[in-house]
Design a protein around this ligand. Structure first.
Ligand code: URA
Ligand code: URA
Length: 318
């Protein structure tokens, strides 16, 4: 089965399940189906069975993705517009304009439940040398020299975090992986590429926000962070948040979420609530690396990041 056919069946299944919007780029399913039809496949509407039959006439494509879940790849393999095409490019391919994500019927509930509260809005008593750090750059220099746990011994580079020092939106992941360790930058591997796209989907450029991790050095072989490492490294994150004073924190994945919220509640239950971390609204979502493995989490992630964006926007107004 070629990529277009597979994609069409997948999209029709999703539509039959009640979805009308593609996760992460708010491209309506019908528009994508229309695009596919423009590329020379069979009728847009119709049952999956009919679609399969008509699709058998389509020449196979060697670059067909392995999983229909890789819909981004599937879209580009058929020459459809890039999910990041600008508004004008989109207009030519689209019969009708698409409402901004927050205005679609699939937006997250207007009033999410209040969640867990960790810490107070008052300043934490941080270790003296850390509370004496008065800029993110200064903090990064201290991280580079930190021997607070043993990870500095095996890591190639410190990964303090990066982004806009005035960012109101902060993404917090778990710990640097291999690519991050090599480059000294957070979220620059495959998961990082996806995070960049997720941010673009809510109209942030990567450099608009601040991106960091709970741990600033890579645990060997990407093993889970150990409690003493978290304890030693957390003051840096707290100081970063004090310096940034963001409007919202987006916690990426189970580890960051459970660590920041000091809970063992599964991420599926932590989602959809507005938690407070030292007074700052904190939204939980799936880790981009987990999304790469489980595409079923794309939709909830899309809802989560829209919620985070709405909190950011409303804080800007209020
Ligand atoms: N995963 C994380 O949690 N953080 C990174 O920086 C990269 C991958
Ligand atoms: N490991 C990496 O090197 N990068 C990622 O983004 C995730 C895991």
């Amino acid at each position: 089965m070629d990529a277009r056919e597979r994609l069409r069946i997948y999209l029709e299944q999703r539509r039959d399940m009640g979805e009308s919007e593609l996760v992460l780029d708010s491209m309506p399913v019908d528009d994508v189906l229309r695009l596919i039809a423009d590329q020379g496949t069979a009728p847009v509407r119709g049952s999956s069975a009919a679609a399969s039959k008509s699709g058998s006439a389509t020449p196979p494509r060697s670059e067909a993705p392995e999983h229909p879940a890789n819909w981004r790849d599937a879209l580009s393999s058929i020459g459809a517009e890039s999910p990041h095409a600008g508004a004008s490019e989109r207009a030519t391919a689209k019969p009708k304009p698409v409402a901004p994500p927050e205005h679609t019927e699939l937006a997250a509930p207007a009033l999410p439940a209040a969640g867990l509260v960790v810490g107070s809005a008052a300043r934490e008593p941080l270790p003296g040398h850390i509370s004496a750090l008065h800029s993110l750059d200064e903090l990064a220099k201290h991280v580079a020299a930190c021997q607070g746990c043993s990870l500095y011994k095996t890591a190639k580079n410190p990964v303090p975090g990066e982004g806009n020092p005035h960012a109101g939106f902060v993404c917090v992941g778990e710990a640097p992986g291999q690519t991050e360790d090599e480059l000294g930058r957070p979220f620059v591997g495959r998961a990082g590429d996806l995070l960049t796209k997720i941010l673009e989907a809510i109209n942030f450029k990567r450099e608009d926000v601040f991106i960091c991790n709970v741990l600033k050095h890579r645990p060997p072989g990407n093993r889970n962070p150990a409690p003493d490492e978290i304890k030693a490294c957390s003051p840096y994150l707290l100081r970063q948040l004090e310096l940034l004073q963001p409007r919202v924190i987006l916690a990426l994945g189970t580890f960051a979420s459970q660590t920041l919220l000091q809970t063992t509640t599964p991420i599926g239950k932590l989602r959809g609530q507005i938690h407070r971390f030292h007074g700052i609204p904190l939204i939980v979502t799936y880790h981009p690396a987990a999304l790469l493995r489980n595409p079923a989490w794309k939709r909830p992630t899309w809802e989560d990041v829209q919620l985070a964006r709405r909190i950011f926007d409303s804080a800007a107004q209020g």
